[in-house]
Design a protein around this ligand. Structure first.
Ligand SMILES: O=P(O)(O)O[C@@H]1C[C@H](O)[C@@H](CO)O1
Length: 287
């Protein structure tokens, strides 16, 4: 209900003077993005009325307010996944709270496995578009009565990853000398929590998916529904096994380890992008 989001937003506004323009959701192993915020106020999820709890290793469960390059930000150190048993509306609860706090732009980050041959562990994929597999079969946070105060019953998704921000991110990557690590691609969300079988990996690859993970799409759907501008990054933490001859196998510790190795670069990119992007441009704009 709208009141539930409002109560959480009101509580947060009573506890901090920050009025964030930008929200950042940290993916697995990427919680250090919050560390660079200046003048921090932080809250454990367990202390925030109405907030779900993090249960996954590498997702600390803290909401951190602060400033980055002069912009007021709020950062989720830990996100909620469908496989934890949360309803999709719960996994996306913070996004609508951010909207009520006055946020205009949402940054989503995640750890993902690559299907595209050109994406290696340690590479960073700028999300150009997504395939929301749970959404395609009706597991969508927007199912149920529509809340017109947030957005329309049938929101368009064609422009959901802002093109100007994607271009600016690539420009910044060139200036930082890390363009070789970066390319645009399509992210697909699967339900998890198991990693993909080889047959599933081959299917995803054939469908044109570049990287696969277990989050992000519901957050972006809810953000786009309520008019937030979205920018997304996938840190490629592993190659998804696509061959029966390949003896590699993925595990969550390995995923977190790549997050630690690339934390500095991801931090630099996000900081520069937030510093250089224009605020108040709240129109969706994609290729
Ligand atoms: O929160 P994200 O999407 O970054 O987490 C990914 C997907 C699973 O939760 C986990 C698997 O290692 O990392």
């Amino acid at each position: 209900i709208h009141d539930d989001y409002q109560k959480t937003a009101d509580w947060l506004m009573s506890q901090t003077k920050h009025r964030p323009q930008v929200a950042i959701i940290c993916g697995s192993g990427l919680g250090m993005l919050a560390d660079t915020l200046k003048c921090q106020d932080s809250f454990a999820y367990s202390d925030i009325p109405g907030f779900p709890q993090s249960t996954v290793q590498g997702h600390a469960g803290r909401l951190v307010f602060g400033e980055l390059k002069g912009k007021s930000c709020v950062c989720m150190q830990g996100r909620f996944h469908m496989y934890e048993g949360h309803s999709l509306l719960k996994t996306t609860f913070p996004v609508r709270v951010f909207k009520l706090l006055g946020v205009e732009t949402l940054f989503v980050t995640n750890a993902a496995g690559s299907l595209a041959d050109g994406l290696q562990p340690g590479d960073i994929m700028i999300i150009k578009d997504h395939v929301n597999f749970p959404g395609l079969v009706g597991l969508n946070p927007l199912c149920g009565p529509n809340d017109d105060k947030f957005g329309p019953r049938f929101p368009a998704m064609s422009g959901c990853y802002d093109k100007n921000l994607r271009c600016l991110a690539m420009e910044i990557a060139k200036q930082l000398g890390v363009a070789g690590l970066m390319q645009e691609g399509v992210y697909a969300m699967v339900g998890g929590p198991n990693f993909e079988t080889i047959a599933e990996a081959r299917l995803l690859h054939r469908l044109g998916v570049d990287a696969v993970g277990m989050s992000t799409a519901p957050e972006v759907v809810v953000a786009t529904h309520c008019g937030l501008r979205v920018f997304g990054l996938s840190l490629i933490t592993n190659k998804v096994v696509k061959s029966y001859e390949d003896l590699d196998s993925v595990n969550h510790e390995g995923v977190l380890e790549v997050g630690r190795l690339r934390s500095h670069t991801v931090q630099q990119l996000v900081t520069e992008l937030i510093g250089r992007m224009e605020i108040n441009n709240n129109t969706n704009n994609a290729a």
